[in-house]
Design a protein around this ligand. Structure first.
Ligand code: B12
Ligand code: SF4
Ligand code: SF4
Length: 374
């Protein structure tokens, strides 16, 4: 029945035992103590819960681990001045589809048994999902820290069905990355250490969803990423070989979402945010975070056509986070026109954090990119 349902749904399942995983608990603890997940507030209590399936289902005897392929072809980039959104975030929020798949399988199991023997989880529950997937033989962990399912690559969402039946477990895989280091070398922020660990505080996926200011030194490294980042997976051989195997539910909700126009995004207001972004996985941090990310993308594009839009944002945006990022972007673009905008804004700005950004941007402003003189 499991094989039939998973084939019908286009997903892959493998079974792990439900024992507490002490090795993973210790790996998680070590990561949290190093500060790798500092922005997430995880600590020892999370590590203990995440390694123990019985925290989700008291009588759990097995865990059905599910890989849901999501890679879809990227729509063509329309124009200069657009940003990039990671594949996982451009569709209708993946949690909706993933939960529907998990519930479908769980309900078939419950119906076959004639009672409730399951509980489902995906992403938000305290579960070490990658580790359990590795334990079940569903996937192996790469140096980019993503779970790679043979033939499907790493563009797979993970979900679990905790079950009180003692199902017979599958064997873990022995695969590892060997001497490959492509993901480590391509990561623009140096987040990947190459020893299968990550400093997530440097990962663009983390930085683009921060609700406080992104550290200045890291802003240039974001490039044109507006939400998430796929660079370490795009370059990963088992993932590229797998191609685009996701189902149409993971297509961009609209083409603009894969490559948002940065100037439009900089002026994103609540109505458009609610209509276009709220239904996606980008819809949980608010519109100001997206406007902030657009400002940084415009700074990194080093194109002075963005100066008037950045000037407006610096003068009018109600959120200090966005005004601060607009100031930074003007400093990054540099040149006399941007400097004049910064000086005018400094005379009017009342918020200390933004004044600091303006001062830093004016001090560090580049003399202007080539061809950017008046
Ligand atoms: C917090 C979080 C993040 C953080 C931190 C990511 C990280 N690497 O820890 C940030 C915001 C950076 C992030 C980014 C992304 N995330 Co995220 N994230 C999570 C979340 C909620 C918790 C992860 C966590 O506990 N991290 C702590 C670290 C230390 O543990 P871990 O990576 O889970 O697992 C480690 C142990 O399992 C251990 N381990 C276990 N067995 C073995 C065996 C061996 C041999 C080795 C060496 C290690 C090892 O090593 C693993 C890797 O360090 C999970 C959902 C969940 N509940 O698990 C999703 C999850 C990990 N994210 C997911 C996705 C899709 C992403 C992105 C690809 C999105 C994007 N494109 O922007 C990126 C990938 C960036 C990257 N290189 O990791 C998927 C990953 C699917 C997959 N195939 O692996 C998950 C599982 C959500 C889901 N249900 O699908 N994420
Ligand atoms: S998602 Fe991007 S920033 Fe994060 S580890 Fe991978 S390449 Fe680095
Ligand atoms: S790019 Fe290479 S090193 Fe990185 S996860 Fe893929 S196979 Fe491993």
């Amino acid at each position: 029945m499991l094989d039939e349902r998973s084939a019908a749904l286009g997903v892959r399942v493998r079974i792990a035992d439900a024992d507490e995983d002490l090795e993973t608990r210790d790996r998680l603890r070590a990561a949290f103590r190093r500060g790798d997940l500092a922005t997430w507030g995880y600590g020892d209590a999370y590590a203990e819960a995440a390694a123990d399936p019985m925290r989700i289902l008291g009588e759990a005897r097995s865990v059905i681990c599910v890989a849901i392929p999501y890679a879809r072809p990227a729509p063509e980039r329309r124009a200069l001045g657009s940003g990039r959104v990671s594949k996982y975030a451009w569709s209708r929020d993946y949690h909706v589809r993933v939960r529907a798949i998990l519930n479908d399988i769980a309900q078939h199991i419950d119906a076959a048994v004639g009672g409730e023997v399951t509980a489902v989880a995906c992403d938000t529950a305290p579960v070490a999902e990658r580790a359990r997937a590795a334990r079940s033989g569903l996937a192996w962990i790469g140096k980019h820290t993503n779970a790679i399912a043979p033939g499907l690559g790493s563009y797979v969402f993970l979900g679990e069905i905790f079950c009180s039946l003692p199902l017979s477990p599958d064997a873990p895989l022995k695969t590892q990355c060997g001497s490959c280091r492509r993901c480590v070398d391509v990561c623009p922020t140096g987040a990947l250490r190459g020893d299968y660990t990550i400093d997530a505080t440097r990962c663009i996926a983390d930085l683009t969803q921060r609700v406080d200011a992104i550290p200045r030194a890291l802003r240039p490294l974001l490039g044109d990423w507006i939400w998430g980042c796929d660079l370490c997976q795009e370059i990963c051989p088992p993932t590229t070989r797998a191609g685009t195997r996701g189902d149409a539910a993971f297509d961009p909700l609209d083409e603009e979402l894969a490559h948002p126009d940065l100037q439009e995004l900089l002026s994103l207001r609540s109505g458009t945010y609610k209509r276009r972004y709220r239904p996606t996985a980008m819809g949980w941090r608010g519109a100001a975070v997206l406007r902030r990310n657009a400002a940084i993308g415009l700074g990194n594009a080093l194109d002075r056509v963005a100066i008037p839009a950045l000037e407006r944002a610096l003068a009018e945006d109600p959120h200090p986070l966005v005004r601060g990022a607009a100031a930074w972007a003007l400093g990054r673009i540099g040149g006399p026109a941007a400097m004049r905008v910064l000086a005018r804004a400094q005379a009017k700005e009342r918020e200390a954090s933004v004044s600091d950004e303006i001062a830093a941007a004016s001090k560090n402003a580049s003399p202007g990119v080539e061809g950017n003189t008046e």
